[in-house]
Design a protein around this ligand. Structure first.
Ligand SMILES: Cc1cc2nc3c(=O)[nH]c(=O)nc-3n(C[C@H](O)[C@H](O)[C@H](O)COP(=O)(O)OP(=O)(O)OC[C@H]3O[C@@H](n4cnc5c(N)ncnc54)[C@H](O)[C@@H]3O)c2cc1C
Length: 407
């Protein structure tokens, strides 16, 4: 091992994604010394979703940061407009929700993470180390006491009162701690890509568009100067698609949504597409003495409803609510860590159940449809009965429980 003598911090957060950055900000503003370790050299990462949900906006509002975030160029999505053979329908609308932020804000995730870490940097208790790849846990008598991480200058050691694994779906901390998530395999995968806007093209009024046909689902999200496209296909077909080439994706988009055939002409190379291998998983246990997992490290969400970022941030808020006082007094107990899991596991179970229901009852059958069909009567009914119509947007916006920052 090279490098300086071991550092000391009250909390070491591994992973500068939505969960880790928000937790670090919340702890630092409450006077907890926190070190955030991120393996990449910057936040300019591959596309991982750009959605900020009403729940996160309300939390940022509590911090006095929502209006500042809204100064970053963004778009707003209030609900999907679905195209059928006989017309379009918007089955639900976040615009009806009782909140100051009745929409999903679309901000590039890199800008969001830069924004949060810049705010955290205003507190002397916050330290950010980029290009720091955590490779080992320091354990003494069964208690995690810190981490070792690789940098350009060699391996460093950081001792901490608590290690938080917020290092995402392929979490190294989770693996090192010996936790194994229970996985389910949703029936689809998604390709994400950008499509250009044509000169003078109008916005999609609800901010999102979807169409079904040929055993595929095509989705589009409104962005300022491009469209964010998604192409949903049955799991297990990626290699076949890849072999057949990008032309097939382009042609199928044109068939499902002729209005966007011209836009799809821009897809000429496979490198323009990012694969989201859809998975859903949850760790039975999120903690051990000296360590807790949050965000995707504890539970990977299916993309149904686009709630992964939102849930990761809600975990961070609950972790800050529960752990600030014990961290400050230097006595984080196993009961404190169990309390984080207790508060966050059941909302995760509920939303994963809801996602599984949507996947088996709606998406799997949509992926079997070869022809565009008329608007199903169930969807018309759903859009007319207020209590049913308002349930999906509430679940997407807040989950089963509204999370608040406790001061
Ligand atoms: C293609 C794609 C599209 C998606 N679209 C959406 C969407 O539209 N809406 C949505 O809500 N969710 C979406 N998701 C899911 C979303 O990205 C995650 O749910 C969310 O980012 C989880 O946040 P997190 O902070 O827990 O983990 P992550 O965002 O994965 O962050 C983990 C961080 O840890 C770092 N890290 C990993 N290992 C180490 C290590 N050993 N040492 C130090 N640092 C490490 C990583 O570099 C990363 O910065 C998408 C995911 C993918 C892959």
């Amino acid at each position: 091992m090279t490098g300086s003598a071991a550092w000391q911090t009250q909390c070491c957060v591994v992973g500068g994604g939505p969960a880790g950055t928000v937790l670090a900000l919340l702890l630092a503003r409450r006077g907890v010394r926190v070190t955030l370790l991120e393996m990449h050299k910057d936040f300019d990462r591959e596309f991982r979703g750009d959605t900020i949900h009403p729940s996160t906006m309300e939390i940022l509002d509590q911090l006095g940061l929502a209006d500042k975030l809204l100064e970053i160029p963004h778009t707003k999505v209030s609900g999907p407009t679905l195209q059928f053979a006989n017309g379009t329908i918007t089955p639900f609308d976040l615009g009806r929700l009782n909140t100051r932020f009745p929409y999903i804000l679309m901000v590039p995730q890199s800008r969001f993470l830069e924004f949060i870490t810049a705010e955290a940097g205003k507190y002397p208790e916050f330290q950010l180390v980029m290009h720091a790849n955590v490779t080992q846990l320091i354990e003494e008598q069964g208690v995690v006491r810190g981490v070792r991480y690789a940098t350009a200058d060699g391996t460093q050691e950081l001792r901490a009162g608590l290690v938080v694994g917020a290092d995402g779906r392929f979490s190294q901390v989770r693996r090192l701690a010996g936790f194994e998530p229970a996985k389910t395999s949703p029936p689809m995968d998604v390709l994400w890509f950008r499509l250009p806007k044509l000169p003078g093209e109008p916005q999609i009024s609800s901010g999102a568009f979807g169409a079904i046909g040929g055993g595929r689902i095509f989705v589009l999200l409104e962005r300022n100067d491009y469209w964010q496209g998604g192409f949903v296909f049955p799991k297990g077909m990626y290699q076949e698609l890849r072999t057949r080439g990008v032309d097939v994706v382009r042609r199928q988009i044109g068939e499902i949504a002729p209005r966007f055939a011209e836009h799809a002409e821009a897809l000429t190379d496979w490198s323009q597409l990012t694969l989201l291998s859809v998975e859903s998983s949850r760790c039975p246990l999120w903690h051990k003495p000296g360590l807790v997992l949050i965000g995707d490290a504890a539970h990977v969400m299916s993309p149904v409803g686009g709630v992964g970022i939102n849930y990761a941030i809600q975990d961070a808020v609950v972790a800050a609510n529960v752990l600030t006082a014990p961290l400050k007094s230097g006595s984080v107990s196993d009961a404190n860590l169990a309390e984080v899991q207790r508060q966050r596991e059941w909302p995760t179970r509920v939303i994963q159940w809801f996602q599984a229901f949507m996947q088996t009852k709606v998406i799997a059958s949509a992926l079997q449809l070869q022809q565009a069909r008329n608007i199903p009567w169930q969807l018309r009914l759903l859009s007319k009965i207020p209590v049913l119509r308002d349930l999906p947007p509430r679940m997407i916006a807040f989950g089963p429980k509204r999370v608040r920052l406790e001061n």
